[in-house]
Structures are given as structure tokens and as C-alpha cells.
Design a protein around this ligand. Structure first.
Ligand code: ADP
Ligand code: MG
Length: 284
């Protein structure tokens, strides 16, 4: 879709003047200040920003898990007032039920929605195949590696065919190789399902190699301070270039440096880790 020609009717999500203040034991914390954002159907939006700036808060508001203090979150012209199957959420820690096997974890949502047995089996098998877990349907989560657990978490969401997928640092806890594989999977699933994605990440390369738009948030009270329209994920998907070639292209380096300078004031690092929970900190 061409962003320049897209009209308001193409917006799947609209955030209008969102403010969020938490009333904590130590007083009020103003987290989000006047966030305005429209997301078009089919976009892969990546959100970067310092730790504690309110990225997860924003995702929770879009998910319908949290109501903003002020302003309105809208999906398909309707206010978001609670969670909905149409918005699937994937967190950093894979959220599978430990007492159910992979098949039953994936089909759980469909059962809750009283989908017919036949359709449940069809959609579950399809989702297992998409994430490469067909041979592990009878395994329990404790028998799976971290990457496989996250694949199962993906399938749990995919099976509901959500229009919007919200991901909160889903690859953050994975080792480098597993992470790369599952990033590739996420890109392919996005292309196959044509869903709309919002991904929170602290990894600029992850954002650049997956997203079609990158949003950078400021320190608290947070605003969106910059956005970049990018095309690298299309280049990788179209087979114009291999991932490694794209990453070393001049255009890629330029955008990467611009983002790094903005969020760190520096660009001497491969992966910027900005979250307090991360074990690796940038060397100053
Ligand atoms: P991010 O995901 O960008 O790291 P969060 O959205 O998790 O940021 O949190 C933003 C800020 O709001 C943090 O300073 C956090 O401590 C604070 N916060 C989050 N949840 C609550 C809450 N329920 N009550 C009070 N403060 C909160
Ligand atoms: Mg967070």
C-alpha cells in the first residue's frame, strides 16, 4: 500500500491524543503524553525507545488490556474497550499453558470461541505447519526449547487469524541464531497472512530488517519523536537481496546510523540494548 495515497479509511488503528498517567504508591507517573498514531492495514510497525518510556503501556492500550487516562484508541472505527481475538498479543516470555500439549495450547482459543471441531483441527494443523511444529503437536511446553516455545506462542495467536498482531519484545530472550530464525519466520508469516503488526524491540537491526515503518519514542513523558519508512524487509522478501547483503548496503547503514545517533547519541554498537532487564549494557 502506498502511504502517500492511503486515506483515513485504510487505517486499522488510530490513536488519538493518548495520555497515560499511572497513580503509583510513590505518586503519579506521567508515561505517555499526547500520542497520535495511525496504522494502515498491512503495515509492519516497529517501536523503539528507551527503557521505561512506555512502549509496553502503549501496546497494552492497543491490546485493550489498559484504558488510557485520556484520548482514544480506535480499531476499525470502533473504540478499543477490551481484549479481542482480532488483536493477538505475543510477549517476551512465551505464554503457553504448561498443562496442555502444543496442539491443545494452539486450539484453546478456537475452543473458547466454539469453533466447529473440524475447523479447529484444520486451523490448528495449518498453524502448526506454518511455525514448523507439526511433529511436536503432542509435546508439552516444558519439552520444548525457548525458540520452539515462542513458535508455539506464535501459532496460538495465528490460529485466531487476527487482523492485528502486537508483539512486546518477543525475541529478546532468545539466543542469536534462534532469534534470527524466528525473525525470518515472523517476516514470512507477516507476508503470508497479510496481517498488521506492531513490534516493540530494542534491536535496531531487528526493526530495520522486519519493519516497514519505525517509530522512535522519547524519554518519559513520551512522545513519538521520529518515524522512518523503510523498505529493507521487502527487499529481503522479494529475494532482491539476501539479509546480509541488505544489512551492509549503504542505504541501510545510513538509516541505521541515523536511528542510533538519535537514541544513543552514538553508533559504535551492533545492537543497542536499552531495557533495564537486558544483561548486556552498552559500553560508554
Ligand atoms: P517500557 O515498555 O518502555 O519499558 P513500560 O510501559 O513498561 O515501559 O512502563 C513505563 C513506565 O511506567 C515505567 O516507568 C514503569 O515503571 C511505569 N509503570 C508501568 N506500569 C505501572 C503501574 N501499573 N503502576 C505504576 N507505574 C507503572
Ligand atoms: Mg516494555
Amino acid at each position: 500500500m502506498n502511504a502517500a495515497t492511503a486515506g483515513p479509511k485504510d487505517h486499522i488503528i488510530s490513536l488519538n491524543n493518548i495520555h497515560m498517567t499511572y497513580h503509583g504508591a510513590k505518586g503519579d507517573v506521567v508515561v505517555l503524553q499526547d500520542i497520535n498514531l495511525d496504522i494502515e492495514a498491512g503495515e509492519f510497525v516497529c517501536l523503539l525507545g528507551p527503557s521505561g518510556c512506555g512502549k509496553s503501556t502503549l501496546l497494552w492500550i492497543i491490546a485493550g488490556l489498559l484504558l488510557p487516562t485520556d484520548g482514544e484508541a480506535i480499531m476499525d472505527h470502533k473504540p478499543i474497550t477490551g481484549p479481542d481475538w482480532d488483536r493477538g498479543v505475543i510477549f517476551q516470555r512465551p505464554s503457553c499453558f504448561p498443562w496442555l500439549n502444543v496442539h491443545d495450547n494452539i486450539s484453546f482459543g478456537l475452543k473458547m470461541r466454539h469453533v466447529s471441531r473440524e475447523k479447529i483441527e484444520e486451523l490448528t494443523a495449518e498453524s502448526l505447519k506454518t511455525v514448523g511444529l507439526s511433529d511436536f503437536a503432542n509435546y508439552h511446553p516444558y519439552e520444548l526449547s525457548g525458540g520452539m516455545k515462542q513458535r508455539a506462542a506464535f501459532a496460538r495467536i495465528l490460529v485466531n487469524q487476527p487482523r492485528m498482531v502486537l508483539m512486546d519484545e518477543p525475541f529478546g530472550a532468545l539466543d542469536a541464531l534462534t532469534r534470527k530464525n524466528i525473525q525470518n519466520l515472523a517476516r514470512e508469516i507477516w507476508q503470508k497472512t497479510q496481517s498488521t503488526v506492531l513490534l516493540i524491540t530494542h534491536d535496531v537491526d531487528e526493526a530495520l530488517s522486519l519493519g516497514t515503518r519505525i517509530l522512535v519514542m522519547s524519554q518519559r513523558p513520551s512522545k513519538i519523536i521520529k518515524e522512518f519508512r523503510t523498505h529493507f524487509t521487502y527487499e529481503i522478501l522479494n529475494g532482491d537481496s539476501k539479509l546480509d547483503h541488505v544489512r551492509y548496503s549503504q542505504g541501510y547503514m545510513e538509516v541505521r546510523d541515523e536511528i542510533l545517533i538519535m537514541i544513543t547519541g552514538d553508533m559504535d554498537t551492533d545492537t543497542v540494548r536499552m531495557d533495564k532487564d537486558e544483561p548486556v549494557k552498552r559500553q560508554r
